[in-house]
Design a protein around this ligand. Structure first.
Ligand code: HEC
Length: 573
């Protein structure tokens, strides 16, 4: 008996797995059933990632959850990440949470709503386990969790019981021999009708309209992106990279959690079916159909003004940026030149040189503030700023911001050096309305300035609260963190004790400081508390982190941190 067992295990262990090119795994990112962002490459400090294909109505999956939790406990402290992935169409986060409630489970279920990740990994059944080496991005194992699961579907009663997944993990952690894939045919088949179709994707009529709607506003000549989608040749040349940015949720930038999409307007997003269309087109060779290339007919951005010609353009004085060095924030007073009080309905920035201008904030100073003449810009009121992704802000109808005749701007510039001297002339465009709006806007903020982020911490939680003093409408939220910002969400705690989630940015990226504008202004009764909960990544894993060995606190410079969100509100009289 013993010798047979040895022989079988030798056979199974000794044969090398398939050629390594078949075993390559592309990076991907997904949001889990609790709204948390996961990216495979973020687990590069782990020895292995277990990815289990879950279905909330699949008995095999349900049976496996406890086994996975058991293994997770067993390998605690051994740098093995346990994840599940759900690609069954129509399954919801709530449904998944409900199905897991009978288990002692804290393994996240990644919601593969576009199915693109599962499809790319050839995971077409629930119940299959993948073990991935996240450093080399290679598949170490795929197949059944254990022999009992296989026996159950084959109705066989093999006397030798094998715990494949456990064996793989012990091989990984003990540098043991490889375990061969064990084909999995059980579970529930995942219908890939939306992806695995033979119908070709038409470039001109299907692909281009998606690019126009989702990408071209930035990826055009004169746009903020570094390359233009101005021909089929360009797009097909960049297609593999496009695929990666879509699968890692990096483009379009500044994405919010899908669950909040219908509450916001003007946000950068792309739907699952649009993503599928683009990826299917890329995977089938990114070819062009017909003679005409509609992308070549796109016009370059004719002026820097996203909202058309402004009523008043205020040009900021030319700034000379040296080739090297760290530059302090610079404050420059600028006359606005109004002949009377004006109500602003929108503003936009036309940036001179985006390679050096990190951000600019236009503050206002009334006559009294101007006289105070303090250092560092002095007493001032934040009017509006530019940061990448935030070129313009348009206020809701019936709202606006008052600029008084005697006000001037106090402009704060933050430049970074790029190795050559650069000159920058930036302008702000103001759009006025004649009537005083029904809901004049003011700004408030939710912030915490007291945090101390320990060196190396990859998920340091921070919470902030702000109480709304008078009945108000909330119009937009502009989160702000620096290089180490990782995620942030907002909710309202109402005076009656109820709570409402407002917004979540599960993968905050410092490069993109967006203003998130609500479709409908949100009524916040006096006494409402706005809570903001977020995290910083001060570890080596964060590619933007300038120095993981530093303890980090609140500060102006980007290597310091901030935890703040500005909100435009209007108090109801
Ligand atoms: C809000 C502006 C904006 C939109 C919308 C946008 N991009 Fe980008 N894109 C950028 C910028 C800026 C970069 C340069 C890298 C960066 O800053 O993240 C970039 C870079 C890229 C890159 C190169 C990747 C790299 O590593 O630099 C690809 C590919 C790309 N975008 C694809 C897309 C696709 C596909 C869409 C639409 C689905 C899209 N982008 C929408 C601004 C945008």
């Amino acid at each position: 008996m013993k010798s047979i067992y040895l022989l079988i295990s030798l056979l199974i262990f000794v044969c090398p797995a398939q050629a390594s090119s078949d075993r390559a795994v592309g990076d991907f990112a997904l949001i889990d059933h609790q709204g948390v962002f996961h990216q495979l490459s973020n687990y590069s400090d782990h020895q292995a990632v277990v990815l289990y294909s879950y279905g909330s109505e699949c008995d095999v999956s349900s049976g496996a959850v406890d086994k996975l939790s058991f293994l997770r406990d067993k390998y605690e402290g051994r740098d093995i990440a346990f994840l599940m992935i759900d690609a069954i169409p129509e399954e919801t986060r709530a449904g998944v949470a409900e199905s897991l409630s009978q288990h002692r489970n804290d393994i996240p279920v990644l919601m593969d709503t576009s199915q693109l990740v599962s499809y790319s990994l050839s995971v077409d059944r629930t119940g299959e386990a993948l073990v991935i080496d996240p450093k080399r991005m290679q598949l170490l194992y795929r197949g059944a969790i254990d022999s009992r699961a296989v026996a159950a579907i084959k109705n066989s009663n093999d006397s030798i019981s094998r715990n494949y997944l456990d064996e793989v993990l012990s091989a990984v952690t003990l540098n043991g021999p490889e375990v061969l894939d064990v084909q999995w045919e059980g579970g529930q088949s995942i219908p890939f009708a939306e992806i695995a179709t033979d119908t070709p994707v038409a470039y001109a009529s299907e692909v281009v309209p998606i690019l126009e709607q989702r990408c071209v506003s930035c990826h055009r000549d004169g746009g903020v992106a570094p390359w233009s989608m101005n021909s089929h040749q360009m797009v097909s040349g960049w297609s593999e990279m496009m695929r990666e940015t879509l699968l890692t949720l990096r483009m379009p930038p500044g994405q919010i959690d899908d669950a909040y999409l219908d509450k916001f307007t003007d946000v950068h997003a792309i739907s699952d079916s649009e993503k599928r269309t683009l990826v299917r087109w890329i995977d089938s060779g990114a070819a062009m159909d017909g003679q005409d290339d509609p992308l070549t007919e796109l016009e370059a951005q004719s002026s820097g003004w996203a909202l058309g010609e402004p009523d008043l353009i205020v040009e900021f004085p030319r700034q000379e940026i040296p080739a090297t060095g760290v530059l302090d924030y610079k404050f420059v007073p600028v006359e606005i030149g109004l002949d009377r009080d004006r109500w602003v309905r929108a503003y936009a920035f036309d940036i001179g040189d985006t390679s050096v201008l990190h951000h600019v904030v236009a503050y206002t100073q009334d006559a009294k503030q101007q006289k105070q003449n303090r250092s560092g810009g002095g007493s001032r009121t934040n009017f509006g700023g530019y940061a990448p992704g935030r070129d313009y802000v348009e206020f809701d109808e019936n709202t606006g911001v008052l600029l008084e005749e005697d006000m001037r701007f106090m402009v704060q510039f933050h430049y970074t050096t790029v190795g050559r001297p650069v000159e920058d002339v930036t302008r702000i465009g103001l759009y006025f309305q004649d009537e005083a709006p029904e809901f004049p806007l003011s700004r408030t903020a939710v912030m915490n300035g007291e945090f101390v982020i320990p060196p190396g911490d990859s998920d340091f939680d921070v919470i902030a609260r702000a109480t709304i003093e008078k009945d108000s409408y909330l119009y937009n939220i502009a989160p702000h963190m620096h290089y180490r910002g990782k995620r942030v969400k907002y909710w309202a705690e109402y005076p009656d004790g109820s709570r409402e989630d407002l917004l979540s940015i599960p993968n905050f990226q410092h490069n993109w400081q967006m203003v998130y504008r609500l479709k409908q202004p949100k009524l916040l009764p006096a006494g409402t508390v706005i809570v903001s909960e977020g995290a910083f990544d001060n570890s080596l894993k964060n590619p933007l982190n300038p120095d993981p060995s530093q303890e980090v606190r609140w500060g102006d410079q980007v290597w310091d941190e901030m935890f703040i969100a500005w909100m435009r509100v209007s108090e109801i009289n």
